[in-house]
Design a protein. Structure first.
Length: 129
């Protein structure tokens, strides 16, 4: 299954309950963005819970990643900090994205891979190399 969430992407929209849960964030735009992250996190949790409820969590490779860094047109100048650049640039802020993989029994929890990876690495056939 391929599941592409729209969050966090424009338009910046969030549930009132997620927005209200973050009163410590005073900047309205940043608070909406953070509320979108909160919703994304909760919904990824729903997917993981569904895998577990259906007995699929032990033999399903779950990959969480993004296609690019945050966009400059959303009005949050520090969104990619500490990296420079934005979506559609080749600076770190445009290409440095999360890339997490989970496969119990095959990928130990907490392992960090120190070399650069890209989406094309997902389909690399280890048997040909």
């Amino acid at each position: 299954m391929y599941l592409a969430f729209n969050a966090v992407h424009t338009p910046l929209q969030a549930l009132k309950s997620d927005y209200d849960a973050l009163p410590q964030i005073k900047d309205h735009r940043l608070r909406v963005y953070a509320a979108m992250v909160r919703s994304l996190d909760r919904n990824v949790g729903h997917v993981l819970a569904a895998l577990k409820a259906n007995g699929l969590d032990k033999n399903t490779l779950v990959i969480f990643t993004s296609d690019n860094g945050g966009a400059n047109y959303i009005g949050l100048p520090d969104i990619n900090r500490p990296y420079r650049g934005w979506k559609a640039t080749f600076f770190e802020g445009g290409i440095h994205v999360p890339f997490f993989m989970k496969l119990p029994g095959r990928i130990p929890a907490g392992v960090t891979y120190g070399k650069p990876v890209a989406h094309v690495d997902i389909f690399r056939d280890r048997g040909l190399g």
